[in-house]
Design a protein around this ligand. Sequence first.
Ligand SMILES: [Zn+2]
Ligand SMILES: [Zn+2]
Length: 165
Amino acid sequence: MNFLDLPPELHLLIFKSLTMEDILKLRITCTHFFQMFPQITHEQLLEAESTAWASEKNLYACRYCLRLRPACQFADRMLGRGRTRLGTDRDKRFCVECGVKPRDGPPRYGPGSQFTFQGQACVICILCHQFRPAAFNSDGRGTRHCEVCWSGRIRLPAKEPPSIT
Ligand SMILES: [Zn+2]
Ligand SMILES: [Zn+2]
């Protein structure tokens, strides 16, 4: 007999004996399970995040999509200071995907936001509103524009060594 053929009451009974880690793994396995499970709370995710399993897989909780996501899905600052695995502000962490999605609620990354993602300076471009690598001005400072808009905007001269007069 297939596990999925068991009555839902039995499923629920079995799920109650599972750890959060088991549940998260099952949810990934199949959409049937995904729909069947009650929505996992942020607290449960944070609890799961501190398990050896999550730590080994380098997974972190996102407060908005309520998923455990790999570290590469978060801006560098989201995993530093208080937002480390057991950090006091870890409940404020959200993934880049959620950060760039405009939605109601507390402020996330809006046009002009600058942050570092996988060591790369990124920006939600103030002109095109795209999430892209940030352009740098002639002083080497990050701007609020993406490279495309920045170069279109001020027509950077071709790179030439400065002439000494
Ligand atoms: Zn997210
Ligand atoms: Zn742009």
